[in-house]
Write a protein that binds this ligand. Structure first.
Ligand SMILES: Nc1ncnc2c1ncn2[C@@H]1O[C@H](COP(=O)(O)OP(=O)(O)OP(=O)(O)O)[C@@H](O)[C@H]1O
Ligand SMILES: [Mg+2]
Length: 332
């Protein structure tokens, strides 16, 4: 059931020329976004790009100093209460109490939201179960692993199912298994009807979860589209090769350099090579180039044990879009 005051068919988020400066630093510099309701939307960008600042303005925690932002049709400046009633935020630096157990945290927060004692216990148990935390329910949060910690943070922010959930870098610093668990939770949240605005520094995360992605750099959106469109516009991936025999590495290197037209890197592992498949100057896609390179290696009698075409990294995305790597931090 939509809340009262829902403006029918309004996008979950709509911004026009949204801006925020800190002194001379234009942290958010004219951002236009449309986040359709019921989807996961990814804001992808490196450190200091302005992601958290955008989220804080949308969550009414920070006043924009230019442009317009609406959440489900409600202006963040003129109707902050209507916005707040629809959103929830899981911050980059989260808010549960370290000294309390998982259950105690969720029950406390549910009580603050007006649940009865019994309802609060029930909701807490339900969320802990859904997020795979039942066994850790009675353990203090400070004894949780990083992945468990993110999961309890997210569960705390969806006690009352929000219409729009902001997840600010939910998996930064997590190991692959914990990242996967968080991703499953995000999918679960969306399946329950919540729109998710996710910030991330990882292209693969945005690709896994988001229907659309905006790439943000120095406070501006520099690319927007579906993950497929974005990757197609970048037209590149990384080829990883593992050979049976280290003696064949120089020959393999020559074949890959010739076929892919890029420099080939020798990994520390003496049988491994890595090369960028840059499809931008070619009428064939990266996958076609990679498979042809693989065929050429076989023709040359080189035994390949493992061959993969990985996604472009955020660095490669930024190199393609801005001619500089994402890791070059900008100090304004
Ligand atoms: N409260 C603040 N006061 C002054 N400057 C700020 C403040 N918050 C953010 N900034 C600056 O605004 C810019 C954008 O910061 P923001 O935190 O939005 O980036 P981000 O994309 O979330 O980065 P990260 O990936 O590191 O979290 C940065 O240059 C940052 O130093
Ligand atoms: Mg941030």
């Amino acid at each position: 059931m939509p809340n009262e005051g829902t403006i029918l068919d309004a996008p979950a988020v709509e911004t026009e020329g949204l801006a925020k400066s800190f002194g001379d630093n234009r942290a958010v510099d004219g951002v236009d976004l449309i986040v359709p309701a019921g989807t996961v939307y990814g804001l992808l960008g490196p450190n200091g790009a302005g992601k958290t600042t955008v989220v804080r303005m949308l969550a009414t925690l920070l006043r924009p100093d230019g442009g317009v932002a609406r959440v489900f049709g409600h202006d963040v400046l003129r109707e902050p209460d209507a916005v707040r009633s629809r959103v929830s935020l899981t911050g980059q630096y989260a808010s549960v109490d370290e000294d309390l157990t998982g259950t105690e945290n969720l029950v406390l927060l549910a009580r603050l939201l007006g649940y009865s004692k019994a309802q609060a216990r029930e909701r807490a148990a339900q969320l802990l179960e859904a997020f795979g935390l039942s066994e850790a329910a009675d353990r203090q949060v400070k004894k949780y692993s990083g992945g468990m910690r993110r999961r309890i943070d997210i569960s705390a922010s969806i006690l009352n199912t929000p219409d729009l959930l902001f997840l600010d870098e939910p998996t930064t610093g997590l190991d692959p298994r914990s990242r996967n668990q968080v991703w499953d939770i995000v999918r679960l949240v969306v399946a329950n009807g919540t729109t998710v605005l996710l910030t991330t520094q990882y292209l693969d995360e945005a690709d896994q979860l988001a229907g659309r992605i905006a790439v943000i750099d120095r406070g501006k959106v520099i690319a927007e589209g579906t993950p497929g469109q974005l990757k197609a516009s970048i037209g590149a991936g990384t080829v990883h090769v593992r050979l049976r025999d280290a003696d064949q590495r120089p020959a393999a290197e020559r074949v890959l350099a010739e076929e892919l037209g890029t420099t080939v890197q020798r990994e520390a592992d003496p049988v491994a090579l890595t090369a960028r498949a840059d499809a931008s100057g070619s009428d064939r896609g990266a996958a076609a180039q990679a498979s042809r390179a693989l065929a050429r290696l076989a023709e040359a009698g080189i035994i390949v044990d493992d061959f993969s075409l990985g996604q472009p990294s955020l660095d490669e995305v930024f190199l393609a879009l801005t001619d500089r790597p994402a890791t070059e931090e900008v100090t304004a």
